[in-house]
Design a protein. Structure first.
Length: 368
């Protein structure tokens, strides 16, 4: 169903370029159509239905550019619209600060999106490699199960600690010791809650094993995973996850772009750089400078490379030697592990782009 809110004279609708902003919701989509001069030529409300959306686009003439925000419907809508428009941008809502300014409504948001698209002022979210769609979905499933499992384990330990029962280590999770641990809880209701958490734990551990098998089976269809798993500390699971999360190495022209996407890029935030002394502007001697990792990133990929770096720092091999050389130069252990994670990410990108095998000798000649 298409509900037109406003339509301008037909001559404007025949204009060669149309910029279309979509504010997408479960039942409806608010639409704003703008021409190349920034003039609003149409507003409408569509039913969130494939045939309705395509019928609406078919009624527009000229070159169509469409944008909407990343969200629940983004993958479905991207696949639906891609063959029918000249330009399609799935934008990052976290970086669309202009959408938060001023009044807010579905209609206004659609209008702002169309205008930002016209001005080429949107930060895109990558959607593109359909060849890894299955691997990507299996990776999402595996990572979700792992996170849920971690939450249940934390809740279980928190329950024991709430009764002042020490529970360091992993002994509390093992099946053979559960009766002993449950016997330490004096209250029946709390004990029953612990039993339910153990049931969740067993179910999630079974699901994790199943998701792991399916992920590894699917990853074997991608030749690059066989090369990446040869990187020490990356292994079969992390290499499969890396391929699923990155999708294609050609998204990143340089290793620094991958570092930024993975949350491994170093940023310096400085404040109070200048001050007035006797009426003259001078550089301040007491600048406030904070150096840290970039904030807007793919958290799963960051966790993957940092975990690989941590493991590589304690596992004998070329990466541990690289880590030790960093410590010898006076780099703190935390920063040395971060440097190692960045190195693993850079090697992953380079091997994938060039189709090369891992070369430990090349790493020996590289300085931290």
């Amino acid at each position: 169903m298409i509900v037109p809110i406003m339509t301008y004279e037909r001559s404007t609708l025949v204009n060669s370029e149309k910029y279309i902003g979509l504010d997408v919701h479960q039942a409806t989509i608010s639409v704003a159509v703008m021409d190349s001069r920034g003039k609003l030529v149409m507003e409408s409300i569509l039913e969130t239905k494939a045939t309705t959306i395509l019928d609406f686009l078919a009624g527009l003439r000229g070159t169509l550019a469409v944008t909407f925000e990343e969200g629940t419907w983004a993958a479905w809508l991207y696949d639906l619209l891609k063959p029918h428009v000249a330009k399609l941008v799935v934008c990052n809502p976290r970086k669309n600060a202009l959408l938060k300014h001023g009044n807010k409504s579905d209609k206004i948001d659609a209008h702002k999106l169309a205008d930002l698209l016209r001005l080429n002022d949107l930060e895109p979210v990558y959607h593109g490699e359909t060849g890894v769609r299955m691997l990507r979905e299996l990776a999402r499933s595996y990572l979700t199960i792992v996170k849920d499992l971690s939450r249940v384990m934390n809740r279980l330990k928190a329950l024991y600690r709430s009764w002042a029962i020490p529970c360091a280590g992993r002994d509390v999770y093992y099946t053979r010791h559960r009766s002993e641990w449950l016997g330490k809880i004096p209250e029946a209701g709390t004990r029953r809650r612990a039993e339910q958490l153990y049931q969740q734990l067993d179910m999630l551990q079974h699901l994790r094993q199943q998701a792991r098998r399916e992920l590894l089976t699917e990853s074997r269809k991608h030749a690059i995973t066989a090369k990446l798993r040869k990187i020490p500390s990356l292994g079969p699971i992390r290499s499969a996850l890396a391929v699923a999360l990155i999708q294609t190495p050609h998204r990143f022209r340089t290793k620094r772009q991958l570092w930024a996407y993975s949350g491994l890029a170093l940023e310096t935030r400085t404040s109070g750089e200048h001050c007035y002394v006797h009426g003259q502007l001078r550089r301040s001697k007491k600048q406030i400078s904070i150096r840290g990792l970039n904030k807007d990133h793919n958290h799963d990929l960051k966790g993957l490379f940092k975990a690989a770096g941590t493991r590589a720092s304690v596992q004998p091999g070329p990466f541990q030697d690289f880590y030790q050389r960093s410590l010898t130069k006076g780099i703190k252990p935390t920063m040395a592990r971060l440097t190692l994670a960045r190195k693993i990410a850079a090697i992953t990108l380079s091997m994938w782009k060039k189709g090369e095998n891992f070369d430990a000798e090349k790493l020996k000649s590289q300085a931290p």
